[in-house]
Design a protein around this ligand. Structure first.
Ligand code: C5P
Length: 307
């Protein structure tokens, strides 16, 4: 994989150099990793309209690539059909500049691989990469705490994406505590055709769902032991019943993954993507091919990622 290592490129591929047209500005780039939730419990509703969560978040290898350079006079975000000021990455950059009291031209270019409306935190991860890259470009004016504060204003998952790894998250999802790193797990990731809007999933949960809590101690113990069967056994997601009702394909995918011999399978976040934990890389590849043959359109072989 071309961008396997997290990279901050100090210039330059030749086409980038061409585009910069002789400028001495520096191009910075970063992999923006997707996340899955190994467990997610909705434990209450808050006065601010958000929901109180307990969740185990895990970075995975699947990633977008975010490049930033100081260029032009305006803030520009190129991301195919997701270009412009509606992109969370643009909003993160605008917030960062406002916080710093600067108004420089910045060009953001995002190469997307992480699917949308999937519960994989793609938009959040791009936004976090933008915050980190801008902090590099401006030579670290913001502390880790200040970056986390800005991240929280961008979205509930953005703070996790600043560091990634294996984390226990509470509050809106922004209060983070490190857990023992999950063992390397080979994953099959499947995105149904239908996506799910997170806000809508929460609304439906309020109308029909019932949350239950999960235990940080249990997760800490099981992750420290690193037994994949135990991890799979402990996995749960309170969103599944509501999201299944919106996108019935989710249950079909879960069944397929289990039938194919995965240790476990679970929907990530509010969905609609589903992951299965395969026995090894070969097994994951075999399952991926089997699902493609069965007509599931969006299938990835990936793995957990702990830097
Ligand atoms: O924070 P973020 O923008 O990712 O959240 C999207 C929507 O999901 C929010 O507008 C809110 O309706 C809902 N949400 C929630 N409780 C959370 C996180 C998100 O109700 N903990």
């Amino acid at each position: 994989m071309g961008y396997n290592i997290e990279l901050t490129i100090k210039v330059i591929k030749s086409e980038d150099a061409e585009r910069i047209k002789g400028s001495v500005e520096t191009l910075h780039a970063k992999c923006a990793y997707a996340k899955i939730n190994l467990a997610l419990a909705i434990v209450g509703r808050r006065r601010d309209g958000y929901h109180e969560l307990q969740t185990v978040m895990q970075s995975i290898e699947l990633h977008d690539v975010v490049k930033i350079e100081r260029s032009g006079t305006a803030l520009v975000c190129n991301c195919g059909g997701l270009s412009g000021s509606g992109n969370l990455a643009y909003q993160a950059a605008a917030l960062f500049q406002k916080h710093l009291g600067v108004n420089d031209g910045v060009l953001i270019e995002i190469t997307k691989q992480i699917p949308l409306q999937a519960g994989l935190g793609g938009g959040s991860s791009d936004a976090a990469a933008v915050l980190l890259l801008l902090n590099d470009i401006y030579q670290q004016p913001l502390t880790a705490e200040e970056l986390a504060e800005l991240a929280g204003l961008c979205g509930s998952d953005v703070g996790f994406c600043l560091t990634g790894g294996t984390m226990w998250a509470t509050g809106r999802g922004e209060e983070l505590e490190e857990l023992p790193a999950a063992p390397q797990m080979d994953l099959v990731l499947v995105k149904p055709l239908g996506g799910i809007d997170t806000g809508e999933a929460y609304r439906r949960f309020d109308a029909q769902g019932q949350g239950r809590s999960i235990s940080k101690q249990d997760w800490g113990r099981v992750l420290a032991r690193g037994e994949i069967e135990e991890i799979a056994w402990l996995m749960s997601n309170d969103f599944e019943p509501v999201s299944l009702a919106m996108v019935p394909e989710i249950s079909l995918i879960k069944e397929e993954l289990l039938l194919a011999g995965c240790y476990g399978s679970l929907m990530s976040g509010s969905g609609s993507a589903v992951f299965g934990i395969a026995q090894d890389k070969e097994h994951a590849t075999w399952i991926g091919q089997r699902l493609l043959r069965k007509g599931f359109g969006q299938v990835w072989n990936t793995s957990t990622y702990n830097a």
